[in-house]
Design a protein around this ligand. Structure first.
Ligand code: DGL
Length: 293
């Protein structure tokens, strides 16, 4: 069977995955990428497991139909709520009887992020800012507890504090995140998490949209603690390095991938609006296409 020259699919509920895509393309620019933002149904983070799973599976199926051999769920909410079930049920049955050169895999963003925490924290007090769905899944808490048993964190007592930030993704999707009005909600969630644990020294932005609010987050932190006291973990570079490493270890996927250095942008919302906002976030002009499932 001739191998299909495949792409890397990058999926998010909306614009947030662009923060991951940008870092990945910096690290491994040679591959061809297909970005899919389900902007019409964002935010995902306030939905139930069933809804998030169904939406994510539709997106994964769509990207597979477009010849993506590897799909990155550049969305913590989808990674927390849908990734395991997709890997353990859907992908296993899909890949049965398929030669290695045609297999498909789906990867998430939570594990590569969690792996960076032990080196960063000195106190063991870690804060997680995420969507309500990611927080309720406890994925970060469980993954951190797993690696705490096996790594440097063993000696420190690990204290994980989560904060749901339900208003941040809607502000970004509406293009309101740079406006003064957004300050209120940035202040609110930063104040709440620091009140729960004032000893936090490492703050994970556990939603791929949140780096788009980084200036306001840093400003808010600075007004409350000495700025050097809290380190912020954003996911782009971590995910990019993890994917590059994955591809060196998995020639069965690497060899399926075409290498023309292109990127196509798809959205379930209005293509012009997506292109305009994405061009602003990425700092260079892009075109987008509308799709529906
Ligand atoms: N970027 C998604 C994440 O990382 C946002 C989810 C949402 O749409 O609420 O969780």
């Amino acid at each position: 069977m001739q191998p299909i020259m495949a792409k890397i699919g990058v999926f998010d509920s909306g614009y947030g995955g662009l923060t991951i895509l940008e870092a990945i393309r910096k690290e491994i620019p040679e591959y061809d990428y297909l970005y899919l933002g389900d902007n019409a149904r964002a935010p995902y983070g306030t939905h139930s497991f069933d809804v998030i799973y169904r939406y994510t599976l539709q997106a994964v199926n769509y990207l597979i139909e477009q010849d993506c051999a590897l799909i990155i769920l550049a969305c913590n909410t989808a990674s927390a709520k849908a990734l395991r079930t997709i890997q353990q049920t859907y992908l296993i049955s899909r890949n049965i009887g398929i030669p290695e050169s045609r297999r498909v895999n789906v990867l998430g963003v939570i594990r590569p992020t969690v792996e960076a925490v032990p080196e960063m924290t000195k106190t063991g007090h870690v804060g997680i800012l995420a969507t309500p769905a990611t927080v309720s899944s406890e994925s970060y808490v469980l993954e951190l507890e797993k690696i705490a048993k096996s790594q440097e964190l063993r000696a420190k007592s690990l204290v994980v504090t989560q904060q749901a930030c339900p208003m941040w993704v809607p502000l970004i999707e509406a293009g309101e995140h740079t406006q003064e009005g957004a300050d209120y909600f940035v202040e609110k969630y930063i104040r709440e998490i620091l009140a729960k644990d004032p000893q936090i020294d490492t703050l994970v932005l556990g939603c791929t949209h949140y780096p788009l609010l980084i200036e306001k987050i840093e400003k808010s932190l600075k007004s409350k603690v000495e700025s050097q006291k809290i380190q912020i973990i954003a996911q782009g570079e971590l995910e990019a390095k993890s994917l590059a490493d994955y591809l060196t270890r998995h020639p069965e996927y690497r060899e399926q991938l075409s290498t023309n250095g292109t990127c196509t942008y798809l959205t379930t919302e209005n293509a012009d609006r997506f292109a305009q906002s994405a061009s602003q976030f990425l700092g260079s002009a892009i075109q987008a296409e509308h799709i529906s499932f």
